[in-house]
Design a protein around this ligand. Structure first.
Ligand SMILES: [Zn+2]
Length: 230
């Protein structure tokens, strides 16, 4: 029913377009700077290893994983997983992505507060993002106090998703900030090569901004429906 409400489009379309544009920019920047070799000849895996060792966390493993841009840091297993186009690649894009993931490992080591909050929120968010909208819709169909209560419960549950997306922002931006500084200070990338690193990491940051905007606007839309209901 939401997709036939013109008001929904007003809330949902701008952040959705921003998200599509950001994804397009990530792919374009990654493809472009995957063709540019690092002057040091270091691969993504080698760059990550150097950052982890000099950062005092040599026990964190660096593993190859399948998929395109599926790179991530796994805090439970203290493992940094790099995709095929990053692990062995000796490109500016590859070391940029690898350094960003190493940045998450360093956040974990220093108990970076937003990362801790984000990890604690994961169970609530997985419930909230699926059950929240269902409870909300069910609440709308029911009349009276029960319906209203149910709808508000759905909004609060879904609200955890929006909060999660917002907490993700400082985590991602900080990891990229660390990556940029470490790549230069540890001699992995020359200042001249930083333009490519920034193009990839800044486009990636924009995808998280778009995701947060989508979640917040969805929440605002739910609230506007409650406002009209009253
Ligand atoms: Zn990240």
């Amino acid at each position: 029913m939401f997709y036939f409400d013109p008001l929904y489009l007003i809330y949902a379309l701008p952040p959705m377009l921003l998200g599509l544009w950001a994804q397009f920019r990530v792919k374009a920047a990654f493809n472009k700077y995957s063709q540019v070799r690092t002057r040091t000849g270091m691969s993504g895996a080698e760059a990550a290893r150097r950052i982890l060792e000099r950062g005092g966390i040599p026990q964190v493993t660096v593993e190859a994983t399948r998929g395109m841009l599926s790179d991530h840091y796994d805090p439970r297993h203290k493992a940094l997983r790099l995709s095929e186009g990053v692990y062995n690649a000796t490109s500016v894009a590859a070391v940029g992505v690898a350094a960003h993931e190493a940045g998450h490992a360093l956040q974990d080591k220093t108990n970076y507060f937003p990362l801790q909050v984000r990890s604690l929120m994961v169970p609530a968010v997985s419930i909230g993002s699926s059950i929240g909208p269902i409870l909300f819709m069910a609440g709308l169909f029911l009349a009276g106090t029960l319906g209203t209560t149910l709808a508000w419960a759905g909004i609060i549950l879904f609200g955890s998703t929006a909060l999660f997306a917002l907490v993700t922002l400082p985590v991602e931006i900080d990891a990229s900030r660390r990556a940029k500084a470490l790549l230069v200070s540890q001699g992995i990338v020359s200042p001249a090569e930083m333009q490519g690193v920034s193009a990839v990491l800044d486009a990636a940051a924009l995808t998280y901004v778009a995701a947060a905007a989508q979640a917040v606007m969805q929440l605002v839309y739910f609230l506007s429906i409650m406002n009209r209901r009253n």
